[in-house]
Each structure stands twice: as C-alpha cells, then as structure tokens.
Design a protein around this ligand. Structure first.
Ligand code: PMP
Ligand code: GLN
Length: 388
C-alpha cells in the first residue's frame, strides 16, 4: 500500500477523544474534553427546532445565511465596536475548527513561517504543517503564563506570514491584556504579518475582565481574522457553527478554502445562531457569571484536596498541579490514573504542548452541573484521602 500523508498520519487520535473514551469505559465523571452538560438556551433550541421543521433545510449560500452574517456583524459592533460589512467581511463556517483550517489553508503559502503560542489547541499545528508552513513556537509556562516578549520578538522574521492567537487561551485559561495585544500588534506591523484570532471563549471571561479583540487595536483591522464559535457562546458544542470576521482582501482566500472544504454549514442551525447572537446582553453576562461560579466551585474543591490550583481568567478550564498530592508520575499517567482509579477524567496539559517539559498539571473542565462537579470532587477527595 502506498503511504498516506506523512504529516497527518504522524498524529494519533486526539487526546479529547482518547480521554472521553477512557472516561466512558470506566464510568468516570468526564471533566476532560471541554463541553457543557446543560441543555443550552431554550429559545435558541426552539429556533433550531422550528427551522428544522419549517426550513431552510437545503444548501444555504456558500458564505452563510444573510441573517446570520448580519447578526455576526451586529454582535461585533455591539460588543467591540467593530464595523464590518456583513456581505464582504463575514463568513459562516462549520465550527471554529473549520474556520481555523480555512484561514490557514487560504492564507499560507508553503515555506511561510507561522508564529504560535505553546501550549495550543490540538488542531493548530497539524493544519499549519499540512498547509506547508514552518511553525515558530513560543512557549508560555505555568503558573503565570506570562507573555515572553523577547522570545516572541525572536520568533518573528520577514518570512512570518501570520500569528495564531487564542484568547481567552485554552488550556492556559489566560486572557491577554490590551497591553500584551499591543506588543503583538507592533510585531505584526513591523513584519507585515496577519493574525488568525481564535476567540471562541470571548464571552467566557471572569472577575470583571473584558475580552479584548486584537482586531480592535490601531492598525489591526486589515491584519486580523476574528473567529467565534456558537458552540461556546451558546453552550452547544455539537452544533459546529463558527464565524470569521475580516477585511475583504483577507476573507476572500479564506472563502475559497471554505468552499472546497465544506462549502456550507447546516442552515437551520445557522438560523438559530442568528437568533442567539441577537440575545439581550443579560444572556451573555449570565453565561460568564454562571461559568465563573462553576470555576470557583471546582477550584475550591480541588484546592481542599490538596491540588495546586492555578488562577483561571477565562475559558471552561482550570489547571491543577498534582505534585502536592505526592503522585509519582507525569501528567499523562496521572490523568489515566484518576480516570480508572478515582473515576474522574481530566486532560494532561502536556498533551496540548508541542514542545516543553510541563508535565505536572491536569486540566479540568468546570462547565458542568454543580452536582457533577461535587461528585467529581468527592470522588477525588475519597481517592486521595482528603475530606473535600
Ligand atoms: N479553538 C479552541 C481554543 C477550542 O477550545 C475549540 C474547542 N472547543 C475550538 C477552537 C473549536 O471550536 P468548534 O467546536 O466551534 O469547532
Ligand atoms: N475544545 C475542547 C477542549 O479543549 C475539545 C474539542 C474537541 O474535542 N475537539 O477540550
């Protein structure tokens, strides 16, 4: 048999799938893969149900339903003051994953350099490499996840095509400040580069922080592609509806990639997401406050057991250092151990590092019912002999 593509076949099954399967096999509480376990906003679900029965159910326009593209543009204006022409500057995609792939395939020319922060969401590197780019990784490290400005500067060159930025950042739970974004903006201008901005957790930020979007910084409007995900914003991760906002010259090649990868996205779900994005601001506030309470509930529980719990500024995730528990092994062994022996699944943070030696943190997803979080903490507490 002739060999398959060597880049993609070098990767195994994603850690999210592996850990979810292990969780199912062990009847474990699954705090690994990031997905909420509530039903989602009833009005958005109803809008989808209506649109399944009443239509549209045939191929929608390749770039997305006009009403969703208008809603994305209106959402960008309402929350960030971004003025975007919905007809030329908004594209609907099949989730942020497809948005990322379409941006990367649309913009990268083989031999280009791409700057990425490590740790990173697992789809970035395979697609960057498959598109023919040379990755330039800049490591961030726990516990503070500070932006290493000198190393970031050193990663840029005149061959840099783009930077991939994820804020709020999975798995670091870091929210980039406007000052940090200004440093990045300066480098993009200096090297005439673009930024693909993965902002799927834009509405899941805590403690009175504001999500800052790089595209709103001076000089960045024509350099950034802003990606959002209805999966995260409406707690409906299976829906896979995403959206990209960018200047026409940047979005055009992305649309070319999109038309050959998926062409389009289920129209009934698009209709429901358009409804959701027009929700009152109270919905978006409620999402963040609800998640913040869950973060606190899980963090407190884990800390009582003895984990070294890191601060979490945004996303669904809290990272915990398990060394204080006296576990002898790395994070992959720890996560397998707690899934099989304590019946609670988590993700080893090292699985999301391309390089590096951080091996003592487990990532726990707190986007779960309170009773589920309490059960996970009780199980871990019993296992590690702590009265949580
Ligand atoms: N980017 C990040 C940082 C994520 O955590 C995720 C997944 N949840 C995605 C992209 C993919 O989003 P979607 O499900 O909309 O494809
Ligand atoms: N984004 C989710 C996480 O980080 C998982 C997405 C997936 O399973 N591909 O857990």
């Amino acid at each position: 048999m002739k060999s398959a593509n060597s880049i993609l076949s070098g990767y195994g099954t994603t850690v999210f799938e592996v850990m979810s399967q292990l969780a199912r096999a062990n009847d474990a509480v699954n705090l690994g893969q990031g997905f909420p376990d509530d039903r989602g906003p009833p009005d958005v679900l109803q809008a989808a149900a209506d649109a399944v029965l009443d239509g549209p159910n045939q191929y929608p326009p390749m770039t997305g339903l006009p009403e969703l593209r208008q809603a994305v543009a209106a959402h960008g204006r309402r929350f960030y003051g971004i003025e975007a022409d919905w007809e030329r500057e908004v594209l609907v995609t099949s989730g942020a994953t497809e948005a990322l792939a379409s941006c990367l395939f649309g913009l990268i020319e083989p031999g280009d350099e791409v700057v990425l922060f490590d740790p990173l969401y697992d789809s970035y590197l395979p697609i960057v490499r498959r598109a023919g780019a040379i990755p330039k990784l800049v490591a961030l490290s726990p516990p503070a996840w500070e932006l290493p400005i000198d190393r970031l500067k050193a990663a840029f060159s005149d061959r840099t095509k783009l930077l991939l930025l994820n804020t709020p950042m999975n798995p670091a739970a870091k929210v980039f400040t406007r000052e940090e974004l200004a440093v990045i903006a300066g480098l993009l201008e200096k090297h005439d580069a673009y930024a693909v901005c993965d902002e799927v957790y834009e509405h899941i930020v805590f403690d009175g922080r504001r999500h800052e979007s790089l595209i709103t910084l001076p000089g960045m409007r024509d350099r950034c592609l802003k990606i959002g995900s209805a999966g995260k914003t409406f707690s409906l991760t299976g829906w896979k509806v995403g959206y990209v906002t960018a200047a026409p010259a940047l979005l055009q090649p992305v649309m070319r990639a999109h038309q050959f990868l998926v062409f389009t996205t289920p129209p009934n779900l698009q209709k429901a997401v358009a409804h959701g994005l027009r929700s009152d601001v109270a919905y978006f506030d409620g999402l963040a406050r609800g998640m913040e309470a869950k973060r606190d509930r899980l963090s407190t529980g884990l800390a009582k057991i003895g984990f070294g719990v890191l601060p979490c500024e945004g996303t669904y995730f809290v990272n915990a250092d398990f060394r204080p528990l006296g576990f002898n092994g790395d994070d992959v062994e720890f996560c397998k151990h707690i899934t099989t022996a304590a019946k609670v699944a988590a993700i080893p943070v090292s699985a999301l590092y391309a390089e590096g030696s951080v091996k003592s943190y487990a990532r726990f997803c707190f986007a779960k019912q309170d009773a589920v979080l309490d059960e996970a903490v009780a199980r871990l507490g019993r296992h590690f002999g702590a009265a949580a």
